[in-house]
Design a protein around this ligand. Sequence first.
Ligand SMILES: [Cu+2]
Length: 122
Amino acid sequence: MSRLFLTIAATLALSVAPAVPGFAHALLRASDPATGSTVAGAPKQVSLSFSEAVEPALCRVAVTDAAGRAMPVGSPSGDPHDARRLRLPLGPLPPGVYTVTWHAVSVDTHKTEGHFSFTVAP
Ligand SMILES: [Cu+2]
């Protein structure tokens, strides 16, 4: 095999190698209230901890009740001490099951999304 052929083969192999998926995407690592948790008393905020730094101004978080109605929430804000954290102020939540749906944009502009639920105990 010629050296040229080997070079071409190596170049092709590199070019078809899959891009590393999710390399710097903001994946949800933890939340408070935690996924599937039951909390006593309505929480004042939801805290989301991501694997990467996020852009709070570009992130959206919604909270819906068991009937799918949107609950009143504030705007997501960042944590000055941790760029990977997002905080969402909550309005009053009566006892029930709530779903938090989040759309995050990490500082590398990649978008991720997901949802989780928690319960406010009666
Ligand atoms: Cu990314």
